[in-house]
Design a protein around this ligand. Structure first.
Ligand SMILES: Cc1cc2nc3c(=O)[nH]c(=O)nc-3n(C[C@H](O)[C@H](O)[C@H](O)COP(=O)(O)OP(=O)(O)OC[C@H]3O[C@@H](n4cnc5c(N)ncnc54)[C@H](O)[C@@H]3O)c2cc1C
Length: 506
């Protein structure tokens, strides 16, 4: 005999464990330089709006918290990498720790700590037009607890790469190597490299930063690169900053003067890379030449095969990387890896490079919008079929902005510009009494030619090229383009027409 159940059937497991975490006006994903900057501007312009910042890591800083390898530092100057609203007071190029301390000051001054929730991984975001809100699903990395926030506006400040999964190509023989293999994204706190032979695979900014930092203590460091990178060796502190120092100017003045100086310098570099790439190539090689060890093969080791600025130029403050080469503490091999061996790496020429520690400075795995699963009114969003609106919003995705910084200028210059635009957008919505804004292709744009996220002629860094297939697209005219230069955008974005018909308000 069967008996009727006396209690209601148990809810599905996923329903049982999700806790309602409440509603905020704006939900920011990421507590790196973008998320902290966004929160500053939001708080400043809309002091009455409620907001929360969610980050999966256990501390602030994003990139600067993840990367803790010896010598980690910016390769931009901190006057432009710092925010427009907060003077930088140190040398132009700064160590990771100093950048974290700067971010801590912003957090303190803006009282952001109480808005940040660490170890909160955003897994899904679902927009409901009926409710005019996002439902954001979160898993706590420490307790496994699942939470559900709702928000009227989602501000994605998640950066561009997966912090937990660095890019490491497959190489033969890694399992037989008897030393240690380390990725700079996960540097072991207690790694002892004193007296060790270290091979650093890679030639970008990370390799050029790490090598001089460990070259003194390690027995020897070999940089193993497949192909060369452009380097530029400015002084750690700009000569103009040295001249300004005795004038005892207010910090705000020095910050602004230095920002203008660096902005002009980087405008020139970016412009010259398009207009006179051969001259810029020659300039970069020639400025390196006197700093390199005598007799070194510059063609093989220091002459990149791409145009300057098609990938980031690696900054070597005061030429410290070149000094390590000159002093014989470090050396370069340009070749491809044949196999790892028990005691090092054999390259295609047959040479075996001995190693106790191998550092794979091989870059990032790109992550699209924090790997969050987006749905709009129940339909999963396949971003590859969507197009950017000014590199800030995505067509068909309501009430969502994202931050993607500059490649050729400091990332943060764009954080301030995007924040200004988002501020104008929120104010525009308020003025119209709108609760929803969605970038929408105008009828005449229905057949607009779509282009890949990045044009390899413009920028072809490995991590971007490896990920084009998962990224959204851009169109062939504004406002459906992105990755413009700062020189253009600082004119365009503040004046961008928010009522040109590409943003539909409801
Ligand atoms: C070593 C190094 C040096 C660099 N130097 C420079 C430089 O000098 N100049 C320059 O312009 N750029 C530089 N960059 C690029 C740098 O990444 C950016 O400048 C900037 O730090 C990006 O900040 P962000 O806040 O946008 O992203 P991130 O720093 O990546 O921070 C994003 C945060 O969001 C969190 N997050 C992501 N997805 C989720 C999710 N689903 N749920 C919850 N949290 C999530 C991440 O955990 C992370 O903490 C450098 C990069 C590296 C790795």
């Amino acid at each position: 005999m069967t008996t009727a159940p006396t209690t209601a059937p148990a809810p599905a497991p996923e329903e049982t464990s999700i806790e309602d975490a409440g509603h905020v006006d704006v939900l920011i994903v990421g507590a790196g330089v973008s998320g902290i900057g966004a929160a500053h501007h939001l708080r400043d312009e809309f002091p009455d709006r409620t907001f929360v910042i969610l980050d999966v890591q256990d501390n602030r800083g994003g990139t600067w918290w993840t990367h803790q390898y010896p010598g980690v530092r910016s390769d931009s100057d901190l006057f432009t990498y710092g925010y427009r609203f907060k003077p930088w007071r140190g040398p132009s190029i700064a160590a990771g720790e100093a950048i974290l301390a700067y971010l801590d000051e912003v957090i303190k001054e803006d009282d952001l700590d109480r808005h940040i929730r660490y170890r909160h991984r955003v897994t899904a975001a679902s927009w409901s037009t009926e409710d005019r809100r996002w439902t954001v699903e979160v898993t706590r990395d420490d307790t496994g607890q699942r939470l559900r926030f709702t928000t009227g506006f989602l501000w994605m400040c998640q950066g561009y790469y997966n912090h937990a999964k660095p890019h490491r190509p497959e190489w033969e023989g890694t399992d037989r190597f008897q030393g240690l293999i380390v990725h700079p994204q996960r540097w072991p706190e207690d790694l002892d490299f004193a007296g060790k032979r270290v091979v650093v695979i890679g030639s970008g900014a990370t390799a050029a930063t790490l090598i001089p930092a460990i070259a003194g203590e390690a027995e020897h460091v070999t940089m193993l690169q497949r192909s060369p990178t452009y380097y530029f060796a400015p002084p750690t502190t700009h000569e103009l900053a040295v001249q300004l120092a005795p004038l005892d100017l207010p910090d705000e003045w020095t910050h602004e003067i230095m920002r203008r100086q660096y902005t002009m310098q980087f405008d020139w570099l970016a412009r010259t890379s398009f207009e006179a790439p051969d001259e810029l190539h020659a300039f970069l090689i020639e400025s390196m030449r006197p700093l390199l060890p005598e007799g070194i093969d510059i063609d093989t080791h220091f002459t990149p095969r791409y145009r300057p600025w098609q990938q980031r130029i690696a900054v070597v403050p005061d030429g410290d990387f070149f000094a390590a080469l000159r002093e014989g503490k470090a050396s370069i091999v340009t070749d491809t890896i044949d196999t790892f061996t028990e005691h090092g790496i054999r390259v295609s020429s047959g040479e075996e490079i001995p190693a106790d520690i191998i550092v794979t400075a091989t870059g990032f795995t790109m992550s699209l919008l924090g790997d969050v699963a987006f749905t709009v009114d129940g339909e999963p969003v396949d971003f590859t079929e969507h197009v950017t609106w000014r590199g800030i919003m995505i067509n068909g995705v309501p009430n969502m902005a994202y931050v993607f910084g500059y490649f050729r200028h400091s990332w943060t210059l764009r954080v301030d510009l995007v924040s200004d635009l988002v501020g104008r957008l929120l104010a525009n919505m308020q003025a119209k009494g709108a609760t929803m804004v969605v970038p929408t292709l105008r009828p005449e744009e229905a057949d607009m030619q779509l282009r890949p996220f990045a044009d390899p002629e413009n920028f072809n860094a490995g991590y971007v090229m490896r990920s084009q297939h998962i990224l959204f697209k851009q169109g062939d005219h504004e406002p459906w383009t992105h990755m413009l230069e700062h020189e253009q955008e600082r004119e365009i974005l503040p004046k961008a027409d928010l009522d040109d018909g590409t943003l539909v308000y409801r």
